[in-house]
Write a protein that binds this ligand. Structure first.
Ligand SMILES: [Zn+2]
Length: 310
């Protein structure tokens, strides 16, 4: 059963982005140094709007907890008893979370805790376990890094100034980088996109008719939907472009939909740096992005996007 996942807002997105990189980030006030959580626009202590996101260790103590023997929602029935915790971070703020890998008897108010990063669908959630509790090998490794290079996310990122054309060109490669997280293209998503875009052709939305008449044996996603879902992918990169004021999507050099994505398929993406050019208005980097149904050789979307740094 698919468990509900949080939906990032503009205010909270840096927190969720941090978790994807297995970092805990919370806000600190530049004026009075007060640490704050949940994410917000103003310091609750001095009302300054100068809050800065900072990476912290994520360690803390167990402030309070409850063992819920009735699931808080049907989707969590497999976790009963749910070990629901209020964790006090070492910086001060408290947050609601769940304890993992601990027996009931080992849970004690005031115990030291460390973070556990749990991949759930396309999100990473922050949970906690005892400071000395071993974390199973399969946890705490970014999902996308598991097959080949589990250590990749720990390596410091190479920082490349956006005006260093030679250094940027050294990134150009025929080889594609690692895979992103996985996103499921549900019929619900296809229906929502049909409503939004007006592309409600039966091959996308009429499940019964498509079962009988579609050459694909069922409904398929709109190519444009699969294209825009690229925003939901996060690819672990070992470099970071720095020193720009603005980064804009300049457009696409090439867009193809070589194979369909059936409703319910899981997709992921990988990319390579294809070209780097200096123009009067800034540096343009062309990324060749390929979206595939998981396990399929042939891509479903090929998109050469051009990003301009100014
Ligand atoms: Zn303040």
């Amino acid at each position: 059963m698919n468990k509900p996942v949080p939906v990032p807002t503009d205010n909270s997105r840096p927190f969720w982005d941090g978790l994807r990189e297995h970092e805990v980030r919370i806000q600190q006030c530049d004026e009075c140094q007060h640490w704050t959580f949940y994410p917000r626009r103003h310091c609750p202590q001095c009302f300054s709007d100068q809050l800065t996101w900072k990476t912290i260790a994520g360690t803390g103590t167990l402030y309070s907890y409850t063992l819920s023997r009735v699931p808080t929602a049907q989707e969590f029935a497999d976790e009963v008893p749910q070990k629901l915790a209020v964790v006090q971070l070492d910086e001060g703020p408290r947050l609601n979370s769940t304890l993992k890998f601990l027996d009931e008897a080992d849970i004690e108010i005031g115990m030291r805790l460390k973070p556990v990063f749990e991949q759930r669908q396309d999100m990473v959630l922050l949970q906690f376990t005892g400071a000395d509790t071993p974390i199973p090998e399969t946890e705490n490794v970014p999902e996308e890094a598991q097959p080949s290079e589990p250590e990749a996310s720990d390596a410091p990122k190479k920082q490349i100034p956006c005006n260093d054309i030679d250094a940027l060109r050294s990134l150009i490669s025929e080889e594609f980088g690692p895979w992103s997280n996985v996103v499921e293209v549900t019929q619900e998503l296809i229906d929502q996109f049909a409503e939004l875009s007006g592309d409600d052709y039966w091959i996308h939305t009429d499940v019964e008719k498509a079962k009988k008449q579609s050459p694909f044996g069922g409904t398929i996603a709109q190519g444009a939907l699969v294209q825009v879902l690229q925003s939901r992918f996060h690819i672990p990169q070992d470099y970071e472009v720095t020193g720009f004021n603005n980064m804009v999507n300049y457009g696409s050099d090439k867009l193809r939909f070589p194979s369909p994505v059936p409703a319910g398929a899981k997709i992921h993406m990988r990319s390579r740096v294809k070209a780097v050019e200096a123009s009067a208005s800034g540096t343009r980097i062309t990324l060749e992005m390929h979206t595939h149904v998981v396990g399929q050789e042939r891509p479903s979307v090929i998109n050469d996007i051009v990003v301009q740094y100014m």
